[in-house]
Design a protein around this ligand. Structure first.
Ligand SMILES: [Zn+2]
Length: 104
């Protein structure tokens, strides 16, 4: 990487400029995969009932409205973030964040 490309690195959280070579920031890589287990078949599907082709049609109709990118995003996502030391220290203590819906 040339100095030029890395000259404008910004912290993804606070926007602070990050200077390469000073050991003052982190690269954080996140990979997220959808549950890779085989799907649980409900009773109707397991019996091979007449509803299957209807269900497949519904699924295909739903998918036809989505772009390839949207479909991929449902299965796999990878992101890279740059974080300054301060933001990194906050984030690494609680990487999943707090769910505001869960009352403590
Ligand atoms: Zn920051």
């Amino acid at each position: 990487m040339s100095q030029d490309q890395s000259a404008h690195l910004l912290c993804h959280r606070c926007g602070r400029e990050l200077t390469p070579g000073r050991g003052e920031w982190y690269i954080v890589r996140i990979e997220a995969f959808a549950d890779p287990s085989p799907p649980i078949l409900d009773e109707e599907l397991a019996r091979g009932g007449a509803g299957i082709s209807k269900r497949i049609d519904e699924l295909l109709a739903k998918m036809s409205d989505m772009t390839q990118r949207e479909l991929m995003d449902q299965i796999y996502r990878r992101l890279t973030m740059h974080l300054c030391v301060t933001c990194y220290n906050d984030w690494i203590e609680n990487p999943a964040g707090d769910d505001p819906k869960v009352k403590k």
